[in-house]
Design a protein around this ligand. Structure first.
Ligand SMILES: C[S@@+](CC[C@H](N)C(=O)[O-])C[C@H]1O[C@@H](n2cnc3c(N)ncnc32)[C@H](O)[C@@H]1O
Length: 271
């Protein structure tokens, strides 16, 4: 995450999805109510970690939230840390620090695991973070139109050099038929129990073209300078319209809202 300030004001879609999932799944978590400990993987600016706190027992003992981005962790610590909530730099697909093994009752991750190339290592880490009997709630992107537009633009001569690494940023589940089966099988092999994987169809309405562009900018991994990005975004928007991945609604006072559909994998399991 290069710009946590922008992400903080352009993450309504992600916050909305986190609230929907927590409303449905938080009551199914095996809360201990004895001072629970939890970790939030890929926390970004920390605003979804703040939402998560509201669903945890009020006497929770420890909430560690981590991200690979130093900038995001610095921002989150400055804005959202307290005596029992800390943010730290950690790579979800790296080797876990010794003290984190079996250290948590619950593992959460929202909108982050689709960034991970080594899915098996990340899921093994999640398993190892949990104490015996602990559980996890994970959400990450499956099919998302954002990726289809990136793929098309990566084949245009104008954008191919900027988007040369595009495959690294596309969810491993984007083009997969029945990704639930793949995730379930991987988790079974690792040793998870009570595995529940759903692929949910999500819909989000951006209330302006600007809002959609900012959301995409906030998660854009190509590090384009501002002037290049503005032109890129114009092409992005044209392609999105052409291939019909966004639905544009114009009202009679000249406002435009944009509907966008995507699929979100929601995983619940225990150790
Ligand atoms: C779209 S943000 C999601 C942030 C937050 N969880 C939310 O729901 O708004 C994805 C985050 O995953 C982080 N990330 C990507 N790869 C990671 C890795 N290998 N280890 C830890 N975090 C990673 C990114 O830096 C980014 O902050």
């Amino acid at each position: 995450m290069n710009d946590p300030e922008l992400y903080n004001v352009a993450n309504s879609m992600q916050k909305n999805a986190a609230v929907q999932c927590l409303n449905e799944y938080a009551k199914k978590m095996n809360w201990k109510n004895i001072g629970d400990s939890a970790i939030d993987l890929g926390c970004g600016d920390g605003s979804v970690t703040v939402i998560l706190k509201k669903y945890m027992p009020s006497n929770y003992k420890k909430l560690v939230a981590c991200d690979i981005s130093e900038k995001a962790v610095k921002y989150a610590n400055e804005h959202h840390s307290d005596e029992v909530t800390i943010f730290k730099v950690m790579d979800i697909q790296g080797d876990l620090p010794e003290e984190m093994h079996s250290a948590f009752h619950h593992v959460f991750s929202f909108y982050a695991l689709h960034w991970i190339r080594n899915q098996e290592k990340a899921f093994r880490n999640i398993y190892n973070l949990l104490e015996e009997g602990g559980d996890c709630l994970l959400t990450f992107l499956g099919y998302a139109p954002l990726y289809s537009v990136y793929s098309i633009l990566s084949q245009c001569s104008k954008w191919e050099s900027w988007l040369k690494d595009v495959q690294k940023f596309i969810s491993p589940y984007h083009d997969m038929q029945e990704p639930e089966k793949k995730v379930t099988q991987m988790m079974q092999e690792i040793g998870f129990r009570n595995i529940d994987v759903k692929c949910k169809e999500m819909r989000f309405e951006f209330d302006s073209v600007e809002a959609m562009k900012n959301t995409i900018k906030a998660i854009e991994p190509f590090d384009m300078p501002k002037d290049v990005y503005e032109e890129f975004m114009q092409d992005y928007y044209s392609v999105a319209q052409e291939i019909g991945v966004v639905e544009i609604n114009n009202n009679n006072i000249g406002d435009t809202s944009i509907n966008c559909s995507y699929s979100l994998l929601v995983v619940c399991a225990s150790k």
